[in-house]
Design a protein around this ligand. Structure first.
Ligand code: CU
Length: 150
């Protein structure tokens, strides 16, 4: 039965276009497993825009948390500061990369332990809505993940 679930999950992750609209697609979504006793974490992904019109990610929500917002991590001197942003631009024919140390989806007020994956609801300036299933990745896996992608 677990195998069946994994196969279904893999299928959902492998066909993001089926979950979204034309033009915009989401690649490689993932959420960092929050350390025990904490109630906040971040979600990352690459948003690709194959259409001729620019768009913006303007809102996000998740059943997993009471609050979800768009954040940007900036380095100021020796410290890293996060601030809320109103939108993340996805240029026409380009992409926006949400990754550690940059833009991310901040999830605060997590309702309990994170499960194996969460569903993020994305809202764009164009009115487009997308649902994205993002696997929860533990910090140990995250290191591997980061090395793989950088
Ligand atoms: Cu943040």
């Amino acid at each position: 039965m677990k195998k069946t679930l994994l196969v279904i999950l893999f299928f959902l992750l492998a066909v993001p276009d089926a979950l979204g609209g034309e033009g915009i697609s989401i690649q490689d979504p993932w959420v960092r497993q929050n350390p025990p006793g904490t109630s906040a974490t971040a979600a990352y992904m690459v948003i690709e825009n194959r259409s001729a019109a620019g768009d913006e990610l303007v809102d996000v929500s998740c059943e997993c948390s009471s609050r979800a917002s768009l954040h940007l991590t900036q380095t100021s001197g020796d410290s890293m500061v996060m601030r809320k942003v109103n939108s993340i631009a996805i240029p026409a024919g380009g992409k926006a990369t949400l990754s550690p140390g940059g833009h991310h989806v901040m999830l605060e007020g997590l309702s309990g332990e994170m499960s194996k994956s969460v569903v993020l609801e994305l809202e764009f300036r164009s009115g487009k809505h997308m649902r994205v299933k993002a696997p929860v990745v533990s910090p140990r896996d995250t290191e591997v993940h980061d090395h793989h992608h950088h």
